[in-house]
Write a protein that binds this ligand. Structure first.
Ligand code: ZN
Length: 476
């Protein structure tokens, strides 16, 4: 498992711009199963909690994640509005100073649930009183303590998706099927088709507004692995990625709308998926990329197009032409999501295609951009280069419902969890196939490296896919 110590010399305060000195605090955690199992070294353990001091502030490090924010710890923030406010950073610093580290973690991960059903009952004001909200939060914190006090080795990313979106939630319950199934969605393949062009580097790639994304996992686990720093405003997302999705990447909690918390020329490139449209000062983000990663490729994947419908909530601030103008000094290339998915499937380097006229993308909801991409034009994307969707632990794709027949065969049926999901991702039918029958042990054989024709065809049809080691709850 990587630690923020690997890159601490690259960090700088978003406000005073100085570097940091770190003071570790004994975590006082009762749970040492991660150490016993060897996932964490004693060094990591010593560095899991503490304070980062710059010239202007002391920032907390909570369970291995530096929180480089002032004000409140980021929590469940969608497009700029708080759905549930995180605790004040000063409160977290005080808890860490007192050695109450597990409590600091619970505060950072807890949220205040919305009880939608209660909205319909008489007495709306009562149900939204501070006492009721406080009661909801206490129950969430109790569930959290129970999860964190148990054996963390037995938990998966899926358990955390359920925790945040499956029960009482402060967010959108539609996130649950989305997160579980996002690893081979069209949008993900489009991003992979660009990411796989990035060479291995000595400096880290920044995954800006990384969320629970699968990209740090891919970049750190592929054959020509390369270091990644994932950054997001929401603490629970970066913490979740660190332990359950991409333990070989480093994660920090910081605000993409501020100066980036990195020294000049300390990054090998910047990647941002499904979030650039939400960042308020877009020229500022570009200038910050230029400062931290001068001249390197910038990949902006899945940016909302203002001229196409449906309108997303907030954020779709430019049309295709508008974005090309904004990026004019960075040799921009623009792609439709459709073209990138087709290029992914055909194993083609999208930069070798003739440039698309932005006017032709007027009705494309999702746009993808490569800036400063000249050095990537000659990357060979042949059969010798592994397919990103096959990197990781090979498992049956959770999008398929599985039913074991008599005789050791398993029948897999592609099921979209909701109509909205099907509408957004209908393109999947093209490359998945919808009804498949195969041997029940096919995923097991794939994991053992027995790539016979049946396994190869399941890999090629996205029936068996690579996932982070601890993504799903145990499956057969
Ligand atoms: Zn500072």
């Amino acid at each position: 498992m990587s630690s923020f110590h690997d890159w601490i010399d690259s960090f700088s305060c978003p406000d005073c711009r100085s570097g940091f000195s770190f003071t570790a605090v004994n975590s006082g955690a009762s749970n040492s199963s991660d150490i016993a199992s060897g996932t964490l070294s004693a060094h990591d353990e010593a560095a899991r909690y503490g304070l980062l001091q710059c010239r202007c502030f002391r920032y907390p490090v909570v369970d291995g994640v530096p929180i480089l924010l002032k004000g409140n710890v980021g929590l469940l923030d969608q497009g700029g509005t708080f759905e549930s406010k995180g605790p004040p950073v000063e409160q977290i610093v005080a808890l860490i100073e007192q050695g109450r580290c597990p409590e600091a973690l619970v505060r950072c991960l807890g949220f205040t649930p919305r009880f939608k059903a209660l909205d319909k009952l008489p007495g709306w004001r009562l149900w939204h009183s501070d006492a009721v909200l406080e009661f909801g939060r206490k129950r969430v914190e109790a569930r959290l303590r129970a999860m964190l006090d148990g054996d963390r080795q037995k938990l998966s990313a899926e358990d955390w998706f359920e925790f945040y979106f499956g029960g009482p939630t402060a967010s959108d319950p539609n996130h649950l099927p989305y997160y579980r199934n996002r690893v081979v969605l069209p949008r993900t393949l489009a991003a992979f088709s660009l990411l796989r062009l990035l060479p291995a580097a000595d400096k880290p790639i920044l995954d800006l507004a990384c969320g629970y994304g699968p990209f740090a996992h891919y970049l750190t686990q592929r054959r020509n692995s390369t270091p990644v720093i994932g950054m997001d405003f929401n603490f629970y997302l970066v913490w979740g990625q660190r332990y359950w999705i991409a333990p070989e990447a480093v994660f920090i909690c910081a605000d993409g709308n501020k100066r980036l918390p990195f020294a000049d020329d300390s990054l090998a490139g910047v990647f941002c998926s499904d979030a650039f449209m939400y960042l308020k000062d877009k020229p500022g983000v570009l200038a910050e990329s230029d400062r931290c990663a001068p001249g390197t490729p910038i990949i902006l994947s899945r940016v909302g197009n203002k001229s196409a419908s449906p309108k997303e909530v907030r954020g779709d601030s430019h049309s295709a032409e508008g974005y090309m103008e904004l990026f004019a000094s960075h040799e921009p290339r623009i792609f439709s999501e459709y073209a990138l998915v087709r290029g992914y499937l055909a194993r083609r380097n999208p930069l070798t295609l003739a440039p698309t006229d932005p006017a032709d993308l007027r009705w494309d909801k999702w746009l993808h951009f490569v800036l400063n991409g000249e050095s990537l034009q000659n990357v060979e994307v042949g059969p010798a280069l592994e397919w990103p969707h096959q990197v990781g632990k090979l498992c049956f794709n959770p999008m398929f419902e599985r039913e074991v027949n008599n005789g050791g065969k398993v029948r897999l049926d592609l099921k979209f969890p909701t109509t909205w999901f099907a509408y957004q991702n209908g393109d999947m039918y093209g490359y998945h196939g919808d009804l498949v029958e195969c041997s029940a042990d096919a995923a097991e054989r794939a994991r053992a490296g027995q790539i016979d024709p049946e396994v190869q065809s399941l890999l090629d049809r996205f029936v068996v896919i690579g996932l982070p080691e601890r993504y799903l709850k145990a499956q057969d």
